[in-house]
Write a protein that binds this ligand. Structure first.
Ligand code: DCC
Ligand code: FAD
Length: 558
C-alpha cells in the first residue's frame, strides 16, 4: 500500500528514460533499469521550487572543452528535495536541471546522473544525498534530498530523444517546448486509476464492516440493524463506490491517450500534447481531492474502530491524499486547465468554434433546458450547461479585467478562484461522460444493470452537488432538483442489496487491505482483540515507565 522504495523507479524513472532518452542511450540504460541492475528516481522538485519549474535552480552547464555537463547546486533552495526513492535506495536519478549552453539558459532538461557507487552504494564525490525525514504517510518510500558540487557527467547523459546538444555545443530544440515534462504527464495520466484503486480499497473495508456492525434500531425488533441499512450510511458510502468505478474508467481513457501520445510524439506529431496536458491536469486535481474526501467519509462511517490503525483506512488516506500535492499541486494544475478553457472561449468569441477540440466543443453550444426524466443523456446536458456557464463567467471576468487595463497576470490572479471552479466542473463533466460511455460498452446484461444503477446514483449525486450553478440562471427548477433528490435516494436503496458484491468484485485480498475491519471472513471483533493484544504495549502487564515515572509521581508529597 504505502508504495515501496522502488515505486518511483517503476512509475517515473523508467518512463522518463522511455520517453526522453534516445534509442542509443536506452540500449545502455533501459534494460539495466528494467532488470533493476540500477535503481533510479525522478529528481526535479527542489527545496525552494516544485510548482514553478521555470525557476528550478540546479544548473547543468555545458563544458565544450571536455564535452561534459557540470551539475551544480548554487544555494540551499536549489537542493533537490522530495523525490521518492532518492534518499537511500537509488544509485541513479533522472535529474531535471536548468541547462546552460554557451551562456544561454535553455530551461529544464533531463539528465541521467549516477549518484552512488554501483558496488558499495556509497554516494559519489561531489554528491550530497539523504532522506528528508518522516512524512504524513508513504514512509516506506525514502523521499530524499540531493546536492551537487560541480559534479561532472558526460554530454551523452543529457536525455536526447527530443532535444540534443552536439559536441561543439550546438543545441537542437525539441519539437515542443514542454516535451521534457512528459514524465509528469504520464503519472498524471495514470493517477485516476491509481486513486480509484485507493478509494475502492477504503470502500471495501467500510462497506464490509458496515454489514458486520450492528448498532441501534430502525424499527423495534430483536436484533439491532446493520449500520449499512441506515440511509445516511448509504449516502456516505455508495456515491464513493460509483466514483471508484468512474475514476477507473476515466483513467483507462487517459492511459490510452498517453500511450497514443508517446507513439505520435516519436513521429513528430505533438498535437495531442496540449489536450492531454489540460485533461490530465484537471483530472488529477478533481480525482485526488474527491478520493481523499471519499476515504475520509469511509473512515468516519466506521466509527471508533475506523479511527484505529487496525482499520488501515488512515494509511490509505495518507497515501492517496499526497496526490493532491504530488505530480503538480491541485490549484496549479486546475489553473493549467483553465488556460485551455479560456483559450477555447476566446476562439469561440473570435468565431473559430470549428477549431475547438472534442473535449470543449460543448462550450460553443447553448442548451436551454433538460428533461431529466428522459435519462442520463439529459444529465450530461446539465453538466455541460453548468460547466459552460461557469467557464464563460470566469473567462468574462478575466477578459473584462484585461480590458480595464489590468496586466494579464494580475487579471488572471484576480479571476483564479472562479477559473478553478470552471476547471473542476469541466473535469466532472468529463468523468461523468467517460463513466456513461464505459457502462454502455459493458456486454454482460446483469453487470450492465448494476453499473447503470451506479451511474444513475453518480449523476444525481453530482448534479445535486453542483446545484448552485444549475439554479443560478434558472436552468434547473427547484422541482427538478426535488426529482434529483428522489432519484438519489431511490438509487441508494436500489444499490443496497448489491453493495457488498460491488466491493467484493474488486477482489482485494486481506493481505492487500491489511484491515481487521475489512476482513473477507467478517470476523472483526475477535481479530480486533487479537490485534490489540499483539500491540507492543501489551508485552508486559506493568510498563517500565511505571517504576521510572508514575510511582515517583504518585509517591511524591507535593
Ligand atoms: C502505490 C504507490 C504508488 C506510488 C505513486 C507515487 C507517485 C508520486 C509521484 C510524484 C512525483 C512528482 O511529484 S514529480 C514532480 C511533479 N511536479 C510537477 O508536476 C510540477 C508542476 N509544474 C509544472 O508542471 C509546470 O511548472 C507548469 C505546467 C505548472 C507551468 O509550466 P511552465 O513551463 O511555466 O508553462 P506555462 O507558462 O504555465 O504554460 C506555457 C504553455 O505550456 C503548456 N504546457 C505546460 N506544461 C505542459 C505539458 N506537460 N504538456 C503540454 N503543454 C504544457 C501550457 O498549457 C501553456 O500552453 P498555452 O496556454 O500557452 O497554450
Ligand atoms: C508524497 C510526495 C511525493 C513526491 N515525489 C516527488 C518525486 O518523486 N519527484 C519530484 O521531483 N517531486 C516529488 N514531489 C514533490 C511535488 O511534486 C511537489 O511538492 C509539488 O509539485 C508541489 O510543489 P511545492 O511543494 O513546491 O509546492 P508550492 O508550489 O510551493 O505550493 C505551495 C502553495 O502555493 C500555491 N501555488 C504555487 N504556485 C501557484 C500558482 N502559480 N498559482 C496559484 N497558487 C500557486 C499552491 O497551490 C500551494 O497551495 C513529491 C511530493 C510529495 C508530497
Amino acid at each position: 500500500m504505502e508504495g515501496h522504495p522502488l515505486a518511483l523507479h517503476d512509475v517515473m524513472f523508467i518512463p522518463a528514460l522511455v520517453a526522453q532518452a534516445s534509442d542509443e542511450q536506452n540500449k545502455k540504460w533501459l534494460r539495466r533499469a528494467q532488470r533493476r541492475e540500477i535503481v533510479g528516481c525522478y529528481a526535479q522538485t527542489e527545496l525552494g521550487h516544485g510548482s514553478n519549474l521555470r525557476k528550478l535552480e540546479t544548473t547543468a552547464t555545458y563544458d565544450v572543452s571536455t564535452q561534459e555537463f557540470v551539475l551544480h547546486t548554487p544555494q540551499i533552495t536549489s537542493l533537490k528535495w522530495w523525490p521518492g526513492g532518492l534518499g537511500k535506495s537509488s544509485n541513479y536519478a533522472v535529474v531535471v536541471a536548468n541547462m546552460i549552453v554557451k551562456e544561454k539558459h535553455l530551461g529544464p532538461h533531463s539528465f541521467l546522473v549516477q549518484l552512488r557507487d554501483e558496488i558499495t552504494h556509497q554516494s559519489l564525490k561531489g554528491i550530497t544525498v539523504g532522506d528528508i525525514g518522516p512524512k504524513l504517510s508513504f514512509n516506506a518510500i525514502d523521499n530524499g534530498f540531493l546536492g551537487f558540487d560541480n559534479y561532472r557527467i558526460p554530454r551523452t547523459n543529457l536525455l536526447m530523444r527530443h532535444s540534443r546538444v552536439e559536441p561543439d555545443g550546438t543545441y537542437v530544440k525539441p519539437p515542443h517546448a514542454k516535451i521534457n515534462y512528459s514524465a509528469m504527464v504520464r503519472v498524471r495520466s495514470h493517477m485516476a486509476t491509481g486513486q480509484g484503486n485507493f478509494l475502492a480499497q477504503a470502500l471495501t473495508i467500510a462497506v464490509r464492516y458496515s454489514t458486520v456492525r450492528r448498532q441501534g434500531f430502525i424499527e423495534s425488533g430483536e436484533q439491532e440493524v446493520k449500520v449499512l441499512d441506515y440511509q445516511t450510511q448509504q449516502h456516505r458510502l455508495f456515491p464513493s463506490i460509483a466514483k471508484a468505478y468512474a475514476f477507473t474508467f476515466a483513467g483507462y481513457e487517459t492511459i490510452r491517450l498517453y500511450e497514443q501520445l508517446l507513439k505520435e510524439v516519436d513521429t513528430g506529431n505533438v498535437s495531442l500534447m496540449a489536450d492531454l496536458h489540460a485533461l490530465t491536469s484537471g483530472l488529477k486535481s478533481v480525482v485526488t481531492h474527491q478520493t481523499a474526501q471519499g476515504i475520509e467519509q469511509a473512515r468516519m462511517a466506521c466509527g471508533g474502530h475506523g479511527y484505529s490503525q487496525a482499520s488501515y483506512i488512515s494509511e490509505i488516506f495518507g497515501v492517496a491524499v499526497g496526490g493532491c500535492t504530488y505530480e503538480g499541486e491541485n490549484m496549479v494544475m486546475l489553473l493549467q486547465l483553465a488556460r485551455y478553457l479560456v483559450k477555447s472561449v476566446e476562439q469561440i468569441k473570435a468565431g473559430e468554434s470549428g477549431k475547438l477540440g472534442p473535449l470543449v466543443a460543448y462550450l460553443a453550444v447553448k442548451v436551454d433546458g433538460v428533461d431529466l426524466e428522459k435519462g442520463v443523456e439529459e444529465y450530461m446536458k446539465a453538466f455541460q450547461h453548468v460547466s459552460r456557464l461557469q467557464t464563460w463567467k470566469a473567462s468574462e471576468k478575466f477578459l473584462k479585467l484585461l480590458k480595464s487595463g489590468e496586466k494579464r497576470e494580475v487579471a488572471w490572479n484576480k479571476s483564479s478562484v472562479e477559473l478553478t471552479r470552471a476547471s473542476r466542473l469541466h473535469t466532472r463533466l468529463y468523468i461523468a461522460e467517460t463513466f456513461k460511455r464505459s457502462v454502455q460498452e459493458v456486454a454482460d446484461p446483469r453487470l450492465k444493470e448494476v453499473l447503470t444503477d451506479l451511474l444513475h446514483l453518480h449523476v444525481n449525486y453530482e448534479l445535486l452537488d453542483m446545484a448552485t450553478y444549475a439554479l443560478e440562471d434558472g436552468f434547473l427548477s427547484s422541482s427538478q432538483l426535488d426529482y434529483v433528490r428522489d432519484q438519489l435516494y431511490f438509487y441508494l436503496a436500489k444499490i443496497r442489496p448489491n453493495a457488498v458484491s460491488l466491493v467484493d468484485s474488486w477482489e482485494f485480498s486481506d493481505m492487500q487491505l491489511r484491515s481487521v475491519l475489512g476482513r473477507r471472513d467478517g470476523n472483526v471483533y475477535e481479530n480486533l482483540v487479537a490485534w490489540a493484544k499483539a500491540s507492543p504495549l501489551n508485552k508486559t502487564d506493568v510498563l517500565p515507565s511505571v517504576e521510572k515515572y508514575l510511582k515517583p509521581m504518585m509517591n511524591s508529597k507535593l
